[in-house]
Every structure is written in structure tokens, then in C-alpha cells.
Design a binder for this molecule. Structure first.
Ligand code: DLL
Length: 434
């Protein structure tokens, strides 16, 4: 399959490192001159832009956390005057003020280039008809992907998220060949189609570009089976740009990272020290070409592993493993660390369970209780009570085998767990006071 920008995506890794160093030096200088927050942080760390002589020197730079971006709300981290900012987006925070990010014309150009790469890596070409079912608005997903797909030359249908019946109508009437949305919304579209008696597998739809939230291999298989498509994953975050940071090629073996525009590190989440090659840790990103909103060593809180081995597609850009968990979505239940993705992986392997679940944590006195609510297919609901009890028990045992905790398993009727057109909510933690 053709590579959108082979010059950069397949650059010899040595040349890439030289390019990264030049760009890193320019970025450090850029923020030192223009953003008081970074100047102060660099002064406090005793580092001057000229001290950056090798890529390893990135470790001398202070890390940036979400708190810094909040404290400087709304424009304090901008490195250019607002006159030069042509677009503003904000992140989807659940509490408090959002993180506000800005783009110059040059940044928008880079962004389109990087989302064009994502689309192209998934196999989208000018011949495709692409249905955008991401939210348009302050969320970076909609507009970010939109311009990249236009740049590839495909025909875009900017449907936006939601109104699933209309999505299906468009899919049938317009001959949509590619779908862009969150993986959970893709599954919901499949479900609504099945209920309406529409066989999406017989439609021209052939590929999906999914991102914005974690999804495991079980979820991918389910989407591929039910929609009859190739499902690709792509990753990004507002603070460094939005979608376009990394994305899978047709081989689905990790997400190729835009290393010519970002410098990636993987560190131990507690010590901040680099992990050994091939080990999991927190992804830290430094932007290398951003003008309006550059970030130095941004702590993403996303856990992944970087793989620099060659990929069959010919891209030399390293790949990051699918992000399944964030350091801050780890639940501590009765002292045991649990990631929601561990439970999801168990559920997706069990026949008869629908891919919709909710984990509810409560505190009963001093004890934490974990309940996993799962939807089950009609045929599982049996007249014989004993069968149901045995089924529930077997699910609880399989969860226990993975997380080492006894979870209460509650079977709920199909369709009762909330569906969203955006990012799915998988956990309700009633112990939290915020
Ligand atoms: O979700 C940007 C985006 C939009 C990426 C559309 C891809 C497609 P935020 O709203 O700032 O930005 O959320 C960023 O979402 O730190 C991850 O925790 C999570 N995330 C995003 N994409 C993936 C993915 C957009 N493919 C946060 N897999 C990130 C797992 C993801 N997690």
C-alpha cells in the first residue's frame, strides 16, 4: 500500500535522529524565548537551550503535567500572540476548566499532514467515501481527522457524532467506504443496524479509523466481525495536537508514531526514569514542530511500549503498542491494582456476553466492592435458574483468575448500559469524592 509521505515516514532512523535533534533544539529555544512558564522551569532546572546537544539531553528538560496547562488557563502556554492563532480547541475534561490549545496556520498544515498519514496508513485513498462520525466542535477528533482525509483526496461526509439512524441511512445511500469514530460508537452503530435489520457487511463499508479511547483486540475483532471491515486504531491527545500522533497501518501491529514531529520517551511512571527497551511505561511527548502550543516532555499518563523493529509496510517510524490503560485509571480495590482493560479482556473472550459493560466500585464500611455489570445475549437468559447462576459464577471465576479479586457479576438486559456517540464510560467509582 502506498505511504503518504515516504520521505519522512520511511526515513533512515539515523537521519530521523539528526532531524529530531535539530527540531528539539529549535523548540527549546522557541519556548525559552516566548513562554514564561518554560523559561522559569528551564531556569529552575539550570538548563539553557544551548545545553541540548544530543537527543538524550531531552532528559535534562523538566516534565510538563496537566496541572501546568490548567494553571495557565486559557492562553498562558501559547508561544505566539493570539493574532497568529487561527484555531483553538479544548480537551474533554470531566471536571473543572478544560485545557485550551491553539494552532497557527502552520500548525494546522502540519496537523492535516499527520492525519493524512493516519488515513493513508489505514488504506484510505482519493477513491474512498469517508463518514466522519466524530464530534465536531472543541474536541480535536472531528476537525483534526476531517482535514487530513480531505488532504488525501477522499470524499468526506461530515456527519458528526450521534443520530445513529441517520448515520446508517447515509452509509447505505451514500455508499460510505470508511468510517471514522470512537470504537465504542462503531459497536453501537453495529448494534442499531442489527436491530433495524440492516446488514452492514453487505454494504461498501470496508475500513474503520477508530480512536480517542482505548480498545482491546477483543473489541477490534467484534467490530471487524459485525461491520465486516478492517478496524484500525489511531491515537492522539489535545495537549500535543489531537489525532495524528500515531496510527496503525494495514498490518495492525502497533501504531506508527509521527517521530519527525514528536519526540517520544517511555518512562517509569513513578521515578520518571527511562524504562528498558521493550518495557511498558508512561508515554512522554515533546513536540518538535508546534508553533502556537509547543509542549516539553508532556506526561500523557498513557501506558505503552515502543517497538523500533522494522514493519512489513516499509515505514521506519517506530510503533507504540495499543494504549490499554492510563496510570490514572488504575483502580485500587482492597489494595489490589486493577485496570478496567483487564476485565474487558476477560469479558470479550466469553461467548454470549455483549460488548457493553460497566464496572461499579462501592465502599461498604471499610470494604471495597467491585461489581461488573454485563449485558448478555437473549439466548443466555435461560429458564433454568441454575444455568444462570452457573454462568455468572463462571464469569466471576474468570475475572478472579486475572485480577485476583472476587467481583460481583450482575447480568443485565441487552441495551441497558448507556451507549454514547463519543468516549465510553466504563467505570463508576462511588468511593471518589470529586
Ligand atoms: O481523544 C484525540 C483523538 C481524537 C485521538 C480522535 C484519536 C482520535 P483528548 O480528548 O485530549 O484527545 O484525549 C486524549 O484519550 O491521552 C488517551 O488516554 C485517550 N486516547 C486517545 N486515543 C486513544 C487510542 C483525543 N487510540 C486521551 N487508544 C489520551 C487509547 C486513546 N487511548
Amino acid at each position: 500500500m502506498p505511504i503518504w509521505n515516504a520521505e519522512y515516514e520511511s526515513m533512515p532512523r539515523q537521519d530521523l535522529a539528526a532531524l529530531q535533534l535539530r527540531r528539539l533544539q529549535a523548540t527549546v529555544e522557541w519556548v525559552y524565548e516566548r513562554v514564561p512558564f518554560y523559561r522559569d522551569a528551564l531556569d529552575a532546572a539550570g538548563v539553557r537551550p544551548r545545553d541540548i546537544r544530543s537527543l538524550d539531553d531531552v532528559r535534562r528538560l523538566p516534565m510538563t503535567d496537566k496541572a501546568a496547562l490548567r494553571d495557565t488557563y486559557p492562553y498562558g502556554m501559547f508561544a505566539v500572540p493570539l493574532e497568529q492563532v487561527v484555531r483553538v480547541h479544548s480537551s474533554s475534561g470531566t471536571t473543572g476548566k478544560p485545557i485550551v490549545v491553539g494552532y497557527t496556520k502552520g500548525d494546522l498544515n502540519t496537523w492535516s499532514e499527520l492525519t493524512a498519514r493516519i488515513a493513508s496508513a489505514a488504506g484510505v485513498t482519493a477513491a474512498d467515501r469517508v463518514q466522519m462520525a466524530f464530534l465536531y466542535g472543541m474536541f480535536t477528533g472531528g476537525w483534526g481527522m476531517h482535514y487530513g482525509i480531505e488532504r488525501v483526496g477522499a470524499t468526506v461526509f461530515p456527519a458528526g457524532a450521534g443520530n445513529t439512524e441517520r448515520q446508517l441511512m447515509m452509509m447505505q445511500d451514500f455508499g460510505t467506504t470508511a468510517l471514522v469514530c470512537t470504537p465504542s460508537y462503531a459497536l453501537y452503530i453495529a448494534e442499531v443496524a442489527e436491530k433495524a435489520g440492516i446488514d452492514v457487511r453487505s454494504l461498501p463499508l470496508r475500513v474503520g479509523l477508530f480512536g480517542g479511547e482505548p480498545s482491546g483486540e477483543g473489541m477490534r475483532e467484534e467490530i471487524e466481525k459485525r461491520l465486516g471491515i478492517l478496524a484500525t486504531d489511531n491515537y492522539g491527545l489535545s495537549e500535543v495536537m489531537g489525532p495524528g500522533v500515531s496510527g496503525e497501518c494495514e498490518h495492525q501491529c502497533g501504531l506508527h508514531m509521527a517521530e519527525d514531529h514528536f519526540l517520544f520517551e517511555v518512562v517509569h511512571p513513578e521515578t520518571g526514569e527511562p524504562v528498558a527497551e521493550g518495557e511498558e511505561g508512561e508515554l512522554i511527548i515533546t513536540t518538535l514542530t508546534k508553533e502556537a502550543f509547543p509542549v516539553l516532555r508532556y506526561r500523557t499518563h498513557d501506558l505503552t511500549v515502543i517497538d523500533t523493529s522494522a514493519c512489513a509496510c516499509g515505514r521506519t517510524a517506530a510503533r507504540m503498542r495499543k494504549v490499554r490503560a492510563r496510570t490514572d485509571d488504575m483502580l485500587i480495590i482492597r489494595g489490589v491494582n486493577v485496570f478496567p482493560s483487564q476485565i474487558e479482556d476477560v469479558l470479550f473472550k466469553i461467548e454470549g456476553i455483549q460488548p457493553h459493560y460497566l464496572i461499579v466500585i462501592d465502599r461498604d464500611g471499610a470494604m471495597d466492592d467491585i461489581e461488573v455489570r454485563i449485558e448478555v445475549a437473549e439466548e443466555i437468559f435461560s429458564d433454568v435458574m441454575a444455568d444462570m447462576v452457573a454462568f455468572t459464577k463462571s464469569v466471576a471465576e474468570r475475572i478472579y483468575a486475572v485480577i485476583g479479586l472476587h467481583a460481583k457479576v450482575r447480568l443485565v438486559e441487552a441495551g441497558t448500559i448507556e451507549r454514547t456517540a463519543g468516549k465510553a464510560k466504563r467505570v463508576v467509582d462511588n468511593r471518589r469524592t470529586d
